[in-house]
Write a new protein. Structure first.
Length: 351
């Protein structure tokens, strides 16, 4: 991130006290940004973040993306908006799907409408691999969040506000992820609980997630969706890698899949890849910008589609256990846990 790219700019992060928002804010404070606004419902987390970061450029707004007025108030005179507020836990969204609708869909519409009303330059919405071929309420509502974002440009062709999305796989050591759970279970002398050892997921660091948001802010065109290419692993291999780092024999208990979980996740579907641009580390998936004037009947299909496969965690490159260990050692949280466990020598394994 270039220190001067955000010089004199104001940014709003919705859900800014969560793992993504917290990391994005921390990174942005290393630039010459003028102001970062944090919009969230939890004043206790805001107070903790205020004391932890101790930077006067952080401004805290208590509010909820479900309420348009609170979003509009927070986005006045803002240049960039990173929309991270969401209900993200698969099981809770299964039990309370309408709550996911109110936050992930209606809340996202409020963010986009408020940004438009306040002439924000760019809005980046945080998506998830669960939005690809969704089978659960969380993925379905996040898929519709992407549609809300993309429909903005279709319905406002002359707008100056660019609305785009980024789509992540599993972000390592984010709140609710399995790595801190595994480490806690090891330290407490408990068995590691794994849903299904063969289940696979993409692996991405919080630092990579910040780079993806930064890339979107500076490269997005209307309706774009960006995906960062990422390696994957099975959950069983991930658990084994964590055990190896902490020098314990793997003692794994298979507990079965949770509500509406998939065995693998896709970051991009074959349909999307037919219109994607390969940008090296990223895919740019352009919005389908056709209007409503479709022909009544189609005589031809899209032959290119059959030559593509989904960008899926089962079919992409799979990391070996030593490679997973090396990746884990790049995470400051894992290194901190190793130090607290008296295993500083393991940190030296990092190349």
């Amino acid at each position: 991130m270039n220190r001067n790219e955000y010089a004199g700019k104001k940014l709003l992060i919705t859900g800014g006290t969560g793992s993504f928002g917290h990391t994005v804010a921390n990174k942005l404070l290393q630039s010459e940004v003028d102001e970062i606004r944090i919009l969230s419902r939890d004043e206790a987390k805001q107070d903790a973040m205020r004391h932890e970061m101790g930077d006067s450029r952080l401004k805290f707004y208590v509010g909820d993306v479900r309420d348009f007025d609170s979003v509009s108030r927070a986005s006045r005179d803002v240049d960039f908006v990173f929309h991270a507020a969401a209900l993200k836990q698969v099981p809770s969204c299964e039990f309370f799907p309408m709550e996911a609708v109110r936050t992930n869909i209606i809340g996202s519409e409020n963010v986009v409408r408020a940004a438009d009303a306040n002439n924000v330059k760019s809005v980046v919405c945080l998506g998830t691999d669960k939005a690809v071929y969704p089978v659960n309420a969380m993925g379905m509502t996040k898929a519709l969040m992407e549609k809300v974002a993309q429909s903005y440009g279709l319905n406002n062709p002359d707008t100056n506000t660019i609305v785009s999305c980024v789509r992540y796989g599993n972000v390592m050591y984010s709140r609710g992820s399995v790595i801190p759970l595994f480490i806690r279970q090891i330290k407490e002398g408990k068995r590691i609980t794994v849903t299904d050892a063969a289940m696979s997921r993409f692996l991405m660091s919080l630092a990579d997630s910040v780079d993806l948001v930064d890339f979107a802010f500076h490269n997005a065109e209307q309706g774009d969706l960006f995906v960062k290419k990422a390696p994957a692993s099975t959950i069983g291999d991930l658990a084994a890698a964590v055990c190896n780092l902490f020098e314990v024999a793997p003692d794994i208990e298979i507990i079965g899949t949770r509500h509406a979980e998939k065995m693998s996740e896709a970051l991009a579907s074959r349909e999307e890849l037919t219109r994607a641009e390969d940008m090296g580390e990223y895919f740019r998936i352009k919005a389908d910008n056709r209007d409503l004037n479709y022909k009544l009947y189609f005589s031809e299909g899209v032959p290119e589609q059959s030559s593509y496969v989904d960008y899926d965690s089962h079919t992409t490159s799979q990391l070996t256990i030593p490679e997973i260990e090396e990746l884990l050692l790049t995470l400051p949280e894992v290194r901190r846990e190793l130090k607290s466990a008296g295993l500083e020598d393991r940190i030296g394994l990092m190349v």
